[in-house]
Each structure stands twice: as C-alpha cells, then as structure tokens.
Write a protein that binds this ligand. Structure first.
Ligand code: NAP
Length: 247
C-alpha cells in the first residue's frame, strides 16, 4: 500500500496538535503528504514553533486557535480551516488534559472540565466536520484515548471516565458512519514522553514495561497513519503501549 498517496491532497485537523502527542501526529501526517491544521488553546508560541518545524520539513501547515470544549469556537475553527486549506478529510481528536486528583480531593469542577475537554470536544469537532466528509463520501476520524479508559491509571476517575466515554463515542459513530465511507477509531497510548506525562516519568513505569522505555509522540503518529490507511478498520481501539497493560 502506498501510504503517501492516501494522504496527498487530504486536509487534516489535529486538535491539540501544537505540542506533545498532537505534534507527533501532525508532523507524521504532514510527512505523509497531508495539509495539516494544528489546533491549540493558549500557547501561541508553541503553535508557531510547530508550524515552523513542519514548514521547514516541506509540509503544508497552519495553526488555529480554539477551545475545543466550546461549540462556537469549534465551528469557527472548522470554517477557518476549510477556507484556508479546504474541507477537512481527517479529524484527529487529540486535545486533552490530565489533572491529577485523588478520590477524596476531586471536585465537581474538575470532573466537568475534564469531561468537556476530553470527551465533549470530540463530539463537537466530529459534528462540525461531518457534513464535509459526507459530501465527499470519505472521512477518517481518530480519537486519542488512553490505557486509562480500561485501567485505573494514576490521573483519576474523571480521566478514566472521559477516556472510556471517548471509546464509546468512537464505536457509536463508527457503526453509524461506516456506510458513508467514514471510519472512526481510537488509539489508546500508554505513557508517552510529553509534558502531560512528566509527573509519571520518574515513577519507574518504564522499567515495568516489556520494551523498557516509555513511548514517543511520533510512535503515536505512526499508529494514526496506519489507522487512516485502512478502510476496513473501524470502531476499534488500538493500544500503543510498549507491551504494557492496565498501568
Ligand atoms: P500535552 O503535552 O499536555 O498537550 C496537550 C495539547 O492539548 C496541547 O496542544 C494543548 O494546547 C491542547 N489543549 C488542551 N486543552 C485544550 C482545549 N480546551 N482546546 C484546545 N486544545 C487544548 O498532552 P499530551 O501528552 O500530548 O496528550 C495528548 C492526548 O493524549 C490527550 O488526549 C491525552 O489524554 C492523551 N494521552 C496522553 C498520554 C501521555 O502519556 N502523554 C497517554 C495516554 C493518552 P495548548 O498548548 O494551547 O495548551
């Protein structure tokens, strides 16, 4: 299979695509020939740095600011990307937060904020890109879940719930959209070397993993590329976790 041809002239939106895992996904898909929009919320300087990096490598890329938990901002973002790059063919719902909380110190606000940014955002972004994908009869949606969707993990119950919900959303959309040429899958990373993972890096997780190290953002990008290239793969969660389970 020629993976490059699948993405040449396709337009990709990666939410939270300016740093961490999202940046790894964005640069991998740009290398494969896609025009990429990287979304961010507050760190404009890191967005500019990611755009510069992808451009220097010969990629076509723009940065677009929006809080993905806010419907009006999502709709404006999708319209803006369409105006600058064209209709979105591939949506990667990657933006997320991981606010560490114990069972006794988690608040209602923590719970609501995590569900809004990690789960509702994927619903809002999916609804916004669907009309364009349906018109073309082709679309790829990849949701970045976590091993925490099925395991306990270290972040908290709000995070577990948001990622388990994201996998339910994935299967629900997949079943309904498959006849229209749109696949919907999830990637469930284990610990990946980003700012989000910093508090857990020193905990010895790497030593407990069969591969003996934590993952890189580009390794998640490769998994996203693989999923996009397979029209018969839908409604699945692909674990990319160095051989570990339920950390
Ligand atoms: P990260 O380094 O903290 O980056 C998070 C990204 O999401 C940033 O680009 C950030 O934008 C963006 N973002 C946060 N809130 C947003 C909002 N309301 N609207 C738009 N963008 C927003 O995190 P990461 O480690 O790359 O994680 C990316 C995804 O992978 C998350 O869904 C996370 O749950 C999942 N994941 C991570 C790991 C891991 O070990 N790192 C493991 C499993 C799953 P700004 O820069 O503007 O803040």
């Amino acid at each position: 299979m020629d993976e490059r041809s699948e993405l040449v002239d396709r337009v990709v939106l990666v939410t939270g695509g300016t740093r961490g895992i999202g940046r790894g996904i964005a640069r991998t898909l740009a290398r494969a020939g896609a025009a990429v929009a990287v979304n961010y919320c507050s760190r404009a300087e890191e967005a500019a740095a990611t755009v510069a990096e992808i451009e220097q490598a010969g990629g076509r890329v723009i940065a677009v600011r929006a809080d993905v938990a806010v419907r009006d901002e999502v709709e404006a973002m999708v319209e803006g990307v369409a105006a600058e790059l064209g209709t979105i063919d591939v949506l990667v719902n990657n933006a997320g937060i991981a606010t560490m909380r114990g069972v006794d110190d988690i608040t209602e606000e923590d719970f609501d904020q995590t569900l809004a940014i990690n789960l509702k955002s994927a619903f809002l972004c999916t609804q916004a890109v669907l009309p364009g994908m349906r018109k073309r009869g082709w679309g790829r949606i990849v949701n970045v879940s976590s091993v925490a969707a099925r395991g306990g993990g270290a972040v908290g119950v709000h995070y577990n719930a948001s990622k388990a919900g994201l996998e339910g959303l994935t299967r629900g959309y997949a079943a309904r959209l498959a006849p229209e040429g749109i696949t919907v899958n999830a990637i469930a990373p284990g610990l990946i070397d980003t700012e989000m993972a910093a508090p857990l890096k020193e905990s010895g997780v790497a030593d407990r993993l069969p591969v003996g190290r934590i993952g890189t953002p580009d390794e998640i990008g490769q998994a996203v590329l693989m999923v996009i290239g397979n029209a018969f793969l839908t409604g699945q969660t692909i674990a990319v976790n160095g051989g570990g389970s339920f950390l």
